[in-house]
Design a protein around this ligand. Sequence first.
Ligand SMILES: [Zn+2]
Length: 303
Amino acid sequence: MPDNPGLWCQEGWTRFRHGDFACTVVSDGLLEMGPARDNFPNAEPADVDALLTGHHLEPERVRLDQNLLVVDTPDGRVLFDTGVGTVPELGVATFGAQTGKAVANLEAAGIDPASIDVVAITHAHPDHCWGLVDADGKPLYPNARIIVSEVEYRHWTDLSKVDSAPNQHLRDHYTGADLNLNAYAGRLTLIGDGDEVVPGITAIATPGHSPGHVVYRITSGGRTMICWGDLCHHYVLLLRRPDWGFRFDYDKAAATAQRRRIYDLVEAERHAVFAYHFPFPGLGHLRRDGEGYAWLPAQPEPE
Ligand SMILES: [Zn+2]
């Protein structure tokens, strides 16, 4: 695999308008996931491969984008999720040299990390919250307050769980969340369902993939977009077949129920979706199709 983060994301960022809000999408690079066939407890591996092949995707090499969203509102500049970060023993060491591009791409887009007022985290998994600090563990967003679900914060920063975690990867989840979130001690705002981030932006609790996973409802000028983190990772697999479940969900039944609930909400209300792991820039809509939904990439409205 050539180390070419520009392969399908030439600039690493793009802008669009959402109502009165100016939005910028910044890439943290690509996650190479390898084959996905064994990750769905309710699916036959051959059916996973067939669904990918049917969408002209390579079953041996499933890749996920990482799309960070910056929203400029009259009440502050909000960044949603942060990428894998560059702490040497975490981020890039775990996820590969195609990742860890967030800050470089923010700066390429003309966004100074010091200008971010709020960082809103969907959940505290590595690819969403490990980019809060630099390689020395210092805050990368020196003027930001951090918004994270209280349930999520309490779960992942409980270091008493580290010793009993079943593998190093999970041990890193706890220590990485603690390192990143607690670097902002005194500037953390712990939220729950329905809480406001800034005017126009509220959290919707969607526990399942992670104990305190939230999605964010972003409304301006009569338009609503759901920024959904890891509610769904892949624009085909768990969207077309929500019933397959996902091996890495903390609570599989709850995660599947939340997926269905938010898919149905988005379709019924004709909301836009901003999806962290969907093909760059991760903006689109859903259309009910068979047992699940089809992804309809949007043509973003120019700024
Ligand atoms: Zn993720």
